[in-house]
Ligand binder design. Structure first.
Ligand SMILES: NC(=O)c1ccc[n+]([C@@H]2O[C@H](COP(=O)([O-])OP(=O)(O)OC[C@H]3O[C@@H](n4cnc5c(N)ncnc54)[C@H](OP(=O)(O)O)[C@@H]3O)[C@@H](O)[C@H]2O)c1
Length: 336
């Protein structure tokens, strides 16, 4: 009988050999991780110093006066604060979201505001990012208002709370549609317009969970990871075409994001979590985002050092990160 060279006579043995190789690989990764983290710490410090230096001394004097800025999710929260900063800078705003009445409230409060320089009455655009087929015509309607859009701020977003296995598919899909596919569809139309004018700036409001994933908000984290990936690809593709791409990744911000969040069954969560209640003010995040646009920064993380460290721990010491997240998930279950 001729033995088949491809046939595995001792599958168990082969498996255990590759198992030991995998274990050695894991060990090597851990060792590299332990060395890499201390090496990374000075890099984190350097990055923080550079960001601080750039912000304090390197602030460009570039004026945004007269620029047409389309802000999604401008009816409340961070979007409303962003509108204030761009309005004060003399930009021509298009405020977009689903609730027209809230957009008009934001517009009216801006118009009543005391300002020094020239300002323009903002336009209002009803837009449902979950309605993907309507987005090209809505984007064209936005372009028709001032014949252009110079800065697109993809800010609108929704959050979800609950475990992966308990969450109904409709919630996952809705979160991906609003946070990712909606922003993508809008970016395609406005981005192609920017290509024609060889200028423009596209901003994505991501989150720290676009860089690390936390338990009990998987759809949200996945949508923000997708946004980060989209932005990184797009930035490289349009770099030579005069278009800038910025990703903003804040930690918790005190807005109604969790009040409006979906539960596992698609109901409204209806409460502000304590992490969000003790988060940054939307004004702070808006100011930092505005500066990032003026400075044409690519990637800005607005987070306390502990959250920034978690990003590095996920990269260099993933096993430690997984343990931390296991505790986090357990705490969440207890709180429920
Ligand atoms: N708050 C935080 O802790 C935090 C942290 C990191 C990142 N972020 C990000 O910051 C962005 C703004 O969130 P926020 O904190 O300001 O929350 P928010 O107060 O709940 O505001 C969300 C905005 O998105 C709009 N929106 C929701 N669904 C929409 C849809 N289907 N179509 C169009 N617009 C829609 C809402 O307007 P309508 O309801 O009128 O449509 C609202 O203006 C989001 O992308 C969020 O992921 C927030």
């Amino acid at each position: 009988m001729v033995a088949d060279a491809n046939q595995n006579e001792f599958p168990g043995q082969t498996f255990s050999a590759s198992g030991s190789i995998a274990k050695v690989g894991e060990l090597l990764k851990a060792v590299v991780g332990y060395f890499a983290l201390p090496l990374a710490l000075p890099l984190i410090f350097l990055q923080e110093c550079l960001a601080w230096f750039r912000l304090t001394t390197g602030l460009s004097n570039r004026s945004l006066e007269g620029k047409v800025v389309l802000i999604t999710g401008a009816s409340c929260g961070i979007g409303e604060s962003l509108a204030t900063y761009f309005y004060r800078a003399g930009c021509r705003l298009i405020l977009a979201a689903r609730r027209k009445q809230e957009l008009e409230r934001v517009r009216d409060s801006l118009v009543r505001m005391q300002t020094n320089g020239k300002v323009y009455v903002p336009a209002v655009l009803e837009l449902d990012l979950a309605d993907l087929t309507s987005i090209p015509s809505k984007a064209n309607a936005a372009l028709a208002i001032y014949d252009t859009v110079d800065i697109l701020v993809n800010n609108a977003g929704i959050f979800n709370r609950g475990s992966v296995l308990d969450t109904i598919m409709e919630v996952d899909q809705q979160v991906m549609n609003v946070n990712y596919f909606g922003a993508l569809a809008l970016t395609k139309v406005i981005g192609n317009h920017m290509l024609k004018q060889s200028a423009g700036h596209i901003v994505f409001m991501s989150s720290v969970v676009g860089k690390i994933s936390i338990p009990n908000s998987a759809a949200y984290a996945a949508s923000k990871h997708a946004l980060q990936a989209l932005a990184d690809s797009l930035r490289a593709e349009v770099a030579s075409k005069g278009i800038k791409v910025t990703v903003i990744s804040p930690s918790f911000v005190k807005t109604d994001i969790t009040v409006n969040a979906f539960t596992t069954s698609g109901e409204k969560y209806g409460r502000m979590t304590k992490e969000v209640a003790s988060g940054y003010t939307p004004e702070y995040v808006a100011e930092r985002t505005f500066k990032a646009v003026v400075n044409e920064e690519s990637d800005v993380v607005i987070a306390p050092l502990t959250h920034k460290a978690l990003i590095y721990i996920r990269t260099f010491l993933s096993s430690i990160f997984f343990i931390i997240m296991k505790f986090y998930a357990r705490r969440f279950r207890k709180e429920q």
